[in-house]
Ligand binder design. Structure first.
Ligand SMILES: [Mn+2]
Length: 301
């Protein structure tokens, strides 16, 4: 059977655990939306991890984030594990340790701990400005790293983490190459953020609509640059410039905001969860809707 997962650190750690136990013929990477829209073909018996449920799945593992205020009930009678957890990998870990015995994945304790922290954004400023070890590894898996061969890199890490120590994996050439590229990207991204962001009360707005090639970088960086803002909003053009995509998130270093961003975004035709969300705004209304959105986010604090 195949394993279908997400191309992030949580998906990777799930893959390390699952391929240690199950006979997996291939690993496929996809996005949640592709599964919910039934665009990704799932074969009967496939294992799905860190992605939404699909009726063809033979085994399914997914978690709702600790911040999710509106969990959907799981379908009855599925095989696997679903519930509140910091990562899907944590559920996979607990599921198989139940079968194989406590300590079966002891070798991967640091990997699992880092996966929990990154997947639930329980990070310190230091994790963002100077990431190390598992958190650093996780950032090299952000889809932004436009180095090509992403799937190859993911599969390499899956194998390497099973056969090598974490220290050896961190010292391997593919990881070191990605880390170097990431550090260079982050420097350029930081400059672009500073040049295009403005604090409007508690909301920092980054407007990338006038930037031709939007640089990529650590998505939490903005909160280290504007620590006094509890919410960040980023604007960029949607496909064919038909809409302005607004994405918003809480400041993960200052968890004082009680607002539900996903709910606010749903008032503007978008969605998300408590900590982050996005909405498409009209491209031709002179930013009227945008001003309304910012006002709403300011009011909610
Ligand atoms: Mn996850």
């Amino acid at each position: 059977m195949r394993l279908i997962t997400r191309g992030d650190l949580d998906g990777l750690t799930c893959a390390v655990f699952i391929t240690s136990v199950e006979r997996v013929s291939s690993i496929e990477l996809t996005h949640p939306q592709e599964l919910t829209d039934r665009k990704f073909p799932v074969e009967p018996g496939d294992i799905i991890a860190n992605l939404p449920y699909h009726p063809n799945a033979g085994l399914w593992f997914d978690h709702h984030e600790l911040t999710d205020s509106n969990p959907q009930p799981p379908p009855e009678g599925f095989k696997g594990s679903y519930g509140r957890a910091r990562s899907a990998a944590r559920l996979v870990h607990d599921y198989y340790e139940e079968i194989k015995g406590k300590g079966f994945f002891a070798k991967h304790a640091e990997l699992l701990d880092g996966t929990d922290r990154l997947d639930s954004a329980l990070l310190t400023e230091r994790d963002v400005l100077n990431p190390e070890r598992v958190i650093l590894l996780g950032f090299t898996l952000d889809s932004r790293s436009g180095l090509g061969g992403f799937r190859d890199y993911f599969l390499f890490l899956g194998m390497a983490l099973r056969s090598m120590t974490l220290d050896e994996v961190l010292e391997s050439d593919p990881v070191k190459e990605r880390v170097a590229k990431m550090r260079a990207d982050d420097a350029a991204f930081r400059d672009a953020l500073l040049a295009n962001s403005k604090a409007l009360g508690n909301v920092v707005v980054t407007d990338f609509r006038h930037v031709d090639v939007i640089p990529t970088g650590n998505r939490f960086l903005i909160h280290t640059l504007f620590p006094e803002c509890t919410i960040s909003v980023r604007l960029q053009w949607g496909p064919q410039r038909k809409v302005v995509m607004a994405t918003a998130g809480h400041n993960i270093f200052d968890r004082s905001s009680w607002s539900n961003i996903g709910h606010t975004m749903s008032l503007f035709g978008g969605g998300g969860h408590r900590g982050a969300g996005s909405a498409p705004l009209p491209a031709d209304d002179g930013d009227a809707k945008l001003r309304e959105l910012i006002k709403e986010l300011q009011a909610q604090g």
